[in-house]
Design a protein around this ligand. Sequence first.
Ligand code: DGJ
Length: 755
Amino acid sequence: MFGTMRESFTAATAVVVMGLLTVCSHSSLAVAQESSSSNAVVVDGTSFALNGDNVSYRFHVDNSTGDLVSDHFGGSVTGAIPSPQEPDVNGWVGMPGRVRREFPDQGRGDFRIPAIRIRQSEGYTVSDLQYQSHQVIKGKPALLGLPATWGDEQDVTTLVVHLYDNYSSVAADLSYSVFPRYDAIIRSVNVTNQGEGNITIEALASMSVDLPYEELDMVNLRGDWAREANRQRRRVEYGIQGFGSNTGYSSHFHNPFLALVHPSTTESQGEAWGFSLVYTGSFSVDVEKGSQGFTRALLGLNPDRLSWKLGPGEILTSPECVSVYSKDGIGGMSRSFHRLYRNHLIKSRFATQNRPVLLNSWEGVYFDFNQSSIYTMAEDSAALGIQLFVMDDGWFGEKYPRLADNAGLGDWMPNPARFPNGLEPLVEDATNLTVKDSSAKLRFGIWVEPEMVNPNSTLYHEHPDWVLHAGSYPRTERRNQLVLNLALPEVQNFIIDFMTTLLRSADISYVKWDNNRGQHETPSPSNDHAYMLGLYQVFSTLTERFPDVLWEGCASGGGRFDPGMLQYFPQIWTSDNTDGVDRVTIQFGTSLAYPPSAMGAHLSAVPNHQTGRTIPVTFRGHVAMMGGSFGLELNPADLQDDERESMPELLALAEKVNPIVLNGDAYRLRLPEETNWPAMQFISEDGSQAVLFYFQLGPNVNHAAPWVRLQGLDLEANYSVDGNATYSGATLMNMGLQYTFETEYGSKVVFLEKN
Ligand code: DGJ
């Protein structure tokens, strides 16, 4: 039977198997471990196995209830698996509360947090979603209106399990896609109201997992403006613990990422399950250790910001959640995310391409420029060897010119007092400048914040109804601005139109898309998701219309550093905090879930504008080079002598490391929160080159300099280290290298070439 089933899968694109409760014993499922894509999804009756190169995900239909029961998510299991022991049902917890459920609905004795809560038209919130049929699809269908990982038949296989509630006529289609080479399982849900009444989806998780382990730690990223992505690790306790965002955006506060790890798991050893929600809006992550000891994790739309009405025939599609499993610690988990996101999430053609060294005007001149001074800045940039000049905030506004942050947002025409003949002359002159030591011309980029409006603007005076508002409640301003409601088609069209006009008006090859406040006074909780659907529609239209533009995301720094943004924007400004030492923590943290290729990182002036700290230019430069998009954030005219002298060498080094940082495997060798000597290493895709970034944060008095042991090298091979000595991979990994620094803020970039 097993062989027959697999043959039929290869013969057709999709196979639908109707088999309500004609269940074979799931434990008899035999899985041959052959090449990855042929075995990616194996079905035996109503037992399902999703297989990655090093991961197995198994579940089956419970014969008596039609519920989907999880069997395993972790390292590879092969052949038959033992059936779980039938639990004793005593006390208040019924059978649904004692088993590991794939998609827990509510109201029938599972008192743990549900993946879906539906308020039926009658008012109750009970549902009973039972297995109805399933379907295997080669490749991965797109997710309607939402960003999603993608791949062809060789890369990914999808299983769709159709559930149906006979009492309410609600259908839920669970989608499971497996990318075997990445050990990644991607889940999402489609809920359809097939009944006659109106229902409300009050909670919808993209994925739910019940791990059979009592002792787990959870790892996540928390922060705020200018201190994003701080790694937090805590023991999962009995009860519910979690985090999320209700700001309308993924936010600085918590990233839509969770790892569950065994308490003994480290960066390089032990089991880690990583979960990453491909979404930019309000989200929630809940982890619950239930009374029976299992650990449930849910990631999805934030129930506080949902209340989604579904009329007859209507569908709600959840964002997707990417899960990866690694037995090589938290670092292994990160590398799976990095590879998957570089190759199967980011759509931009720049995803794996070297990025131009850029100079952004913001910290150099803020709002204080005009056509001639900004041209001089571009000229100075080209003379330094900068390849892309970015004019940040302050170039627009006619009647309400943008001279400070209190006016102009929404009026996307060049300020005539600064640019009497529009942007064209400036852009033309700037893009005619030759970049130092090359024949290339300088490229030109621009800043926009399309989702926002200042009340001091023509746009707001003409369309006060376009902003988020709740009846007559005061419209609270943050940074003197209000949020346009992207749920409205007229707002979406306005943004698409002005961006199209802007990008066609001059030779602009880069856009920094900023977003500088959270959402308040929304017309309804469900507006959060409707806004996101509108925003994604705008992003996909514009990025498809202008594929040659390098798009960078930004939201007061890293306020929207999430996988949803990465679908459209190959890079994101990681933080407004450009202090070298703070950036080590922020960038190491961000790399937990996101490829370094996606990080914008700039060398800025000292004393640093956010922290007041003065750090040597080499340290600042080395830290910024660990981001895929390296740049400067200063006015070249203000460079100090030591900075000017170091610049040629630093820019050349940045260009040299860029391909390895962009497409290589990253290893966090030593963490800034644990040591005075943090270190990050990258190995090129083909393994022939590696680069080590090594830092000393504070002074080091009377303490031996530590050895830093490399990872991921070929034990047998020899590597030349900075062209000086040659050591074997075994020596470099088992013994390591040692460097000393005179005092604080020491840094070193070390190159290794495989002989
Ligand atoms: C916030 C961004 O994060 C900064 O880089 C800068 O672009 C400002 N906005 C401009 O207002």
